[in-house]
Design a protein around this ligand. Structure first.
Ligand SMILES: NC(=O)c1ccc[n+]([C@@H]2O[C@H](COP(=O)([O-])OP(=O)(O)OC[C@H]3O[C@@H](n4cnc5c(N)ncnc54)[C@H](OP(=O)(O)O)[C@@H]3O)[C@@H](O)[C@H]2O)c1
Length: 247
């Protein structure tokens, strides 16, 4: 029987592949046979990918045009970039009343505007070749929490932008989906792990009783990238240990 999850021959670009979820999603693609490219925010940070089998590009997602040249290069090299994963993101842990203008700009430019620009570049550069976009949103785009108002807003926006682009670009051969991780053990959740009482409260609310591991996201990403998901578009797949399932 054909392995519908096999990604051999496919080219994939993962933004924010230097660490955390993006790194393990990129690894999942490598393990499934794809040719994998990754970005980080700086020439320094992408050194982490040396020797990984993932060719790296420095591209600050907040800069207009930063992703265009990367996508153009890969599109020319492969004829078609098969999958774009918009994973790069930042979080804050600030009461809404104390958010400064620079915090608002940083979170919205990275988590929402950057995702739209990269998607738009992928569409424009590819013209009518079609494609597959996977946006890493969050369960905090579906429910709210304290000290993350702007982050929650950007992730909710990414989920609904995913639906809108899926509808608009379906006729051009694009599938667009999102993955919503729950609370995952990465640098981003250091702010939770540094406070044992908060970590214990958090775990008590997760039916599977642990934070997710970055590699827990790889399966959903490989599925959406593969032919197994050929009829799946406009969806948000939740990978959260059950945290949004109920009380
Ligand atoms: N961890 C969680 O609990 C959780 C839950 C739900 C959703 N998510 C989402 O999952 C994604 C990955 O999160 P993570 O936990 O893996 O975070 P992380 O460990 O902090 O890694 C963030 C990644 O994003 C990159 N990045 C940040 N700002 C960037 C910029 N301006 N330009 C290019 N790359 C940039 C970083 O690259 P550098 O190394 O170059 O800085 C790094 O590779 C994010 O979108 C996040 O919102 C995370």
């Amino acid at each position: 029987m054909k392995n519908v999850f096999d990604l051999t021959g496919k080219s994939v670009l993962v933004t924010g592949a230097t660490r955390g979820i993006g790194r393990q999603i990129a690894q999942g693609f490598l393990d499934a046979g794809a040719t994998v490219y990754g970005t980080g925010s700086s020439a320094e940070s992408i050194k982490r990918l040396e020797g990984s089998g993932i060719e790296a590009f420095a591209a600050d997602i907040r800069e207009p045009g930063a992703m265009d040249s990367v996508i153009e290069t890969l599109s020319k090299k492969h004829g078609k970039l098969d999958v774009l994963v918009n994973n790069a993101g930042v979080a804050t842990n600030l009461p809404a009343g104390f958010f400064k203008e620079e915090d608002i700009q940083n979170v919205t430019q990275t988590n929402f505007v950057g995702v739209f620009r990269a998607s738009q570049a992928y569409y424009k550069i590819h013209k009518k070749k079609g494609g597959n976009i996977i946006n890493i949103a969050s369960v905090l785009g579906m429910v709210g929490t304290k000290f993350a108002a702007v982050y929650c807003g950007t992730k909710g926006a990414v989920i609904n932008m995913t639906r809108a682009l899926a509808v608009e670009w379906a006729g051009s051969g694009y599938r667009v989906n999102a993955i919503c991780p729950g609370f995952i053990d990465t640098d981003m959740t250091d702010m939770i792990k540094e406070r044992p009482e908060v970590l214990e409260q958090m775990k008590a609310r997760i039916p599977l009783s642990r934070l997710g591991k970055p590699e827990d996201l790889a399966g959903a990403a490989v599925f959406l990238a593969s032919d197994a998901a050929a009829y799946v578009t406009g969806q948000a797949i939740v990978v959260d240990g059950g945290v949004t399932s109920g009380i």
